[in-house]
Every structure is written in structure tokens, then in C-alpha cells.
Design a protein around this ligand. Structure first.
Ligand SMILES: Nc1ncnc2c1ncn2[C@@H]1O[C@H](COP(=O)(O)O)[C@@H](OP(=O)(O)O)[C@H]1O
Ligand SMILES: [Mg+2]
Length: 249
């Protein structure tokens, strides 16, 4: 049987191929329709595959009804079939992703983030440290459309540059690629937005936490998980300290 790390990567990559085909076949349709179609085809694909290869496991998907059987399950796949839906509907953009993570008995144990338009899949099977080095100014990856309310004060306090991108997975993986030093988010998000990015980031030795420094906990009754920091470990203390300062002011 394929191990869970490899399965997460295979499923995320294959769902990404389904999304690329959908985008091509439906080029020119109304962006709203393309978003809904993308969410649906990728969700349906992942649900069918998981039912085939891991029939005993529970699933929490952004696009599915929340089956509370997951709350007493030992193994739960937490998936975001299309993260960065807005960017998926803008043909020239490549900052969207597929997230597949596995939670087992309290912890995230495997994950993959596919960036289909780049032909890359990041996996928890790899443990290579983040590329590059943290320099000055620090580069903070933030949402294009809903950055944290304190983001400008944070950047000023740190003397950091803001790098706007779509998709939580893309922002998290930009820290691995060395394109950014940290991804900071607050103000709203759900478990499926961060589970796979966090599983991959942790495997590669990155810091992952809530913005108050506490741990990110998954498979809760409410999947609302509004904030996080994913960053190079050597800048974690600086960034968490700066967030705490700017939030207090
Ligand atoms: N304030 C907020 N409330 C709820 N969800 C949010 C949010 N800000 C970002 N998200 C979700 O986090 C993901 C990444 O967002 P962004 O690209 O803006 O950083 C998106 O997932 P989806 O694209 O799967 O809906 C988006 O919906
Ligand atoms: Mg999402």
C-alpha cells in the first residue's frame, strides 16, 4: 500500500491536473462559474480517490458537508481541493494550490501542497531545510485580498517588505522556496487552508504556530482557525515578538 506521504502528494498532484484541464477546457467562462467548477471537480476527484484507496478514513473538505464522524475517527484527511480560488479564476495567475493533509490521533502526520500551474508538488516526505537565508529587509508573504489588519504596522515595526500572493499554500511554500521569510495571516481562515501547508512546513523544519505563539490544533469541532505564522525558525522569535507589540498598540 502507498504510504501516506506519497499518497498525499499523488492525490494533490492529480487533482491539480484535473484543475489545469478544467481551466483550459472552460477558458473564457464567467470567473465565478470557473471558481465553482474548480472547487467542485477537484473535491469530487479527491473524495472518489480517498474512498477508493482509504475507505476507512474520515475526510474534512472545504467543499463537502462536515461529517462529524471525523471527531471520533483516528485518521482524518483534511483537504482544500482548490486554495486560492480567486487566483485560479484569473487565467494569467499561477498562485493557487491543492492541499491534502492527514491528521492522525491528534497530529498532522502527512501532507502535500501542489502548485499545478508551476508543475510542483511539495511533500512532507521531504525534509530539506528552506532555501536561501533570512536577510534584511525581512520579506513577509501576506494575502492579496485579506491581509491581517496589523500588517502595515508589523512591516513598519520590522522594517520588512510585504509580498502579496494568493493562496495559503503558495504563501507557506514561498517560505520553503526562499521567496519569503515568513507567512503571517490573521482575521479568518479554516483548518483546510493551513493543514497541508503546515504539515509540509513542519517536515522541512519551519516554525508553525498561531500568531500568539500557541500551537496549531486540527480536527476540532469547529474548523475555524483564523491565524497563523509559518516562518524560518531563526526569525520566529522576532516575528512573534513584533506581532505581540503591534497588536498591543
Ligand atoms: N478573513 C478570512 N476569512 C476566511 N477565510 C479566509 C480569510 N482570509 C483568507 N481566507 C482563506 O484563506 C485562503 C487563502 O487566502 P488568501 O489567498 O487571501 O491568502 C483562501 O482559501 P480558498 O481560496 O480555498 O477559499 C481564503 O478563502
Ligand atoms: Mg483555502
Amino acid at each position: 500500500m502507498t504510504d501516506d506521504h506519497a499518497l498525499a502528494a499523488e492525490l494533490a498532484t492529480a487533482a491539480g491536473e484535473v484543475l489545469l484541464r478544467t481551466r483550459e477546457e472552460h477558458a473564457g467562462i464567467d470567473p465565478k462559474e470557473l471558481k465553482d467548477l474548480g472547487d467542485r471537480v477537484s473535491h469530487d476527484f479527491l473524495m472518489a480517490e480517498l474512498a477508493k484507496v482509504r475507505p476507512e478514513d474520515a475526510v474534512l473538505s472545504e467543499e463537502g458537508a462536515d461529517d462529524h464522524v471525523r471527531l471520533s475517527a483516528q485518521r482524518v484527511w483534511i483537504v482544500d481541493p482548490l486554495d486560492g480560488t480567486r487566483e485560479f479564476s484569473e487565467v494569467e495567475r499561477d498562485d493557487w494550490a491543492v492541499h491534502v493533509a492527514l491528521w492522525r490521533a491528534g497530529n498532522l502526520v502527512a501532507g502535500a501542497v501542489a502548485r499545478p500551474a508551476k508543475g510542483v508538488t511539495y511533500s512532507s516526505a521531504d525534509d530539506a531545510p528552506a532555501a536561501g537565508a533570512a536577510g534584511a529587509p525581512l520579506r513577509l508573504a501576506v494575502s492579496r485580498s485579506r491581509p491581517p489588519e496589523f500588517v502595515t504596522r508589523l512591516a513598519d515595526h520590522l522594517g520588512a517588505d510585504l509580498v502579496e500572493m494568493g493562496s495559503a499554500g503558495v504563501k507557506a511554500m514561498s517560505v520553503l522556496d526562499g521567496t519569503a521569510d515568513a507567512y503571517v495571516h490573521a482575521g479568518g481562515q479554516y483548518e483546510w487552508d493551513s493543514a497541508a501547508p503546515v504539515a509540509v512546513a513542519r517536515a522541512h523544519g519551519l516554525h508553525t504556530s498561531r500568531i500568539d505563539g500557541s500551537g496549531l490544533v486540527y480536527n476540532n469541532e469547529s474548523p475555524y482557525l483564523p491565524d497563523l505564522v509559518i516562518c524560518r525558525p531563526e526569525v520566529a522569535e522576532t516575528i512573534l515578538g513584533a506581532i505581540s507589540t503591534v497588536k498591543a498598540n
